[in-house]
Design a protein around this ligand. Structure first.
Ligand SMILES: NC(=O)c1ccc[n+]([C@@H]2O[C@H](COP(=O)([O-])OP(=O)(O)OC[C@H]3O[C@@H](n4cnc5c(N)ncnc54)[C@H](O)[C@@H]3O)[C@@H](O)[C@H]2O)c1
Length: 272
C-alpha cells in the first residue's frame, strides 16, 4: 500500500547492486511513494548490468560514480539536479565494502591498506557526499540523508573485523555533519542500524548464515528484512520525520536492546 509520502521529492540512491540489495528495495518503495530519483553505483558495479532493470522499473536515470572520488560525486550531484529539475530532497548512502572481510583476514592481523580502502569506501564516502552537496548547495531545506550501518559499531562482533570500526566512523560522520548541515539548511542526517540481511555485502561475512539465525532468535520481532528497511528509510525521507536528525536509529526487531531471549536459551541448550 502506498501513501504518496514522497510525492514530488527528488532523490539520489546509491548501492543498488542486485535485487537483494537494500538500496534496490528502497528504490522500489521510493518509486511507489511518488519520488523521482537518480540511481548510482561504482562504475565497476554497473558492468554487471542488473541496475538497468531497476532504472527501467522505476523510470529513473543512472549516473555512475565511485563514492571515493570527489570529482565523480560532484558530477553526480550536478547531473542529478539537471536530470531531476531541481535541488535534491533525499539521499541514501548504502555503500559498504571491506577487502579484509573479503579476504577473511582476522581483526588482529588486519591489512592496513585494505583497512584504509574500507574506511574510504564505506565511511569517508558519506563525508565526501555531504561535503560535495554542501559546497554545491545541492540539497533542499529539510532534505534527509540516510546511511546504513550495523550494530557492530557499538558492540563487538569478531567476524565483522574492520567494518565495526568503519561503521563507528560512519555514525560519527552522520552526527557531526548533521550538526553543520542542520545549522546551514535544516538538512537532517541519520544512520539506520539494520538487522543482518541476505545481500552480497552481508553474506560475504564469515559465518553470516549462523549469525543471521542467532539474531533472528534473539530479536522479539525477528530480523527486519530489506523491504522493512526500505519502508523505514521512506519514512525518514518523508516530511513526517523532519525533526529527526543526528541519530543512529536501530531497525532490528528489538535485537539491540534484548539481553537474552527464551528461544535463544532453548537453542543453546541452557533451558529446556
Ligand atoms: N546486509 C546486511 O546484513 C547489512 C546489515 C546492516 C547494514 N548493512 C549495510 O547496508 C549497506 C548496503 O549493503 P547491502 O547489504 O545492501 O549489500 P550490497 O552488496 O547489495 O550493497 C553494497 C553496495 O556498495 C556498493 N559500492 C561498493 N564500493 C563502492 C564505491 N567505491 N562507490 C560506490 N558504491 C560502491 C556496491 O556496488 C553495492 O551496490 C552497506 O552499508 C552495508 O554495510 C548491511
Amino acid at each position: 500500500m502506498a501513501y504518496n509520502l514522497l510525492k514530488g521529492k527528488r532523490g539520489i540512491i546509491t548501492g543498488a547492486l542486485d535485487s537483494n540489495s537494500i538500496a534496490w528495495k528502497v528504490a522500489e518503495k521510493a518509486h511507489e511513494e511518488g519520488a523521482s530519483f537518480v540511481l548510482t553505483n561504482a562504475p565497476i558495479a554497473m558492468r554487471m548490468g542488473e541496475i538497468n532493470a531497476l532504472a527501467e522499473k522505476t523510470n529513473s536515470k543512472i549516473v555512475p560514480a565511485d563514492a571515493t572520488s570527489v570529482e565523480e560525486l560532484t558530477h553526480l550531484f550536478n547531473q542529478s539536479q539537471e536530470i531531476l529539475g531541481g535541488k535534491i530532497d533525499f539521499v541514501l548512502h548504502s555503500i559498504g565494502m571491506s577487502v579484509n572481510i573479503r579476504k577473511k583476514i582476522g581483526y588482529p592481523e588486519l591489512n592496513y591498506d585494505y583497512y584504509a580502502k574500507g574506511v574510504d569506501v564505506s565511511a569517508m564516502s558519506l563525508h565526501k557526499m555531504l561535503s560535495v552537496a554542501y559546497q554545491l548547495d545541492a540539497l533542499n531545506e529539510h532534505a534527509s540523508v540516510v546511511a546504513l550501518t550495523y550494530a557492530a559499531a557499538q558492540r563487538t562482533y569478531p567476524f565483522y573485523t574492520d567494518m565495526a570500526d568503519i561503521k563507528a566512523l560512519l555514525e560519527s560522520i552522520a552526527r557531526s555533519f548533521g550538526y553543520h548541515y542542520g545549522i546551514k539548511k535544516k538538512v537532517r542526517v541519520n544512520t539506520v542500524s539494520q538487522s543482518p540481511t541476505k545481500t552480497t555485502a552481508g553474506t560475504g561475512i564469515k559465518g553470516f548464515g549462523d549469525f543471521f539465525d542467532y539474531a533472528d532468535a534473539i530479536s522479539p520481532l525477528g530480523n527486519a528484512s530489506a523491504e522493512d528497511c526500505a519502508n523505514y528509510c521512506v519514512t525518514l525521507f518523508s516530511d513526517l520525520t523532519k525533526m529527526v536528525t543526528m541519530q543512529n536509529l536501530f531497525h532490528d526487531g528489538g535485537y539491540s536492546t534484548t539481553g537474552v531471549s527464551d528461544l535463544m536459551m532453548k537453542k543453546a541448550g541452557i533451558t529446556e
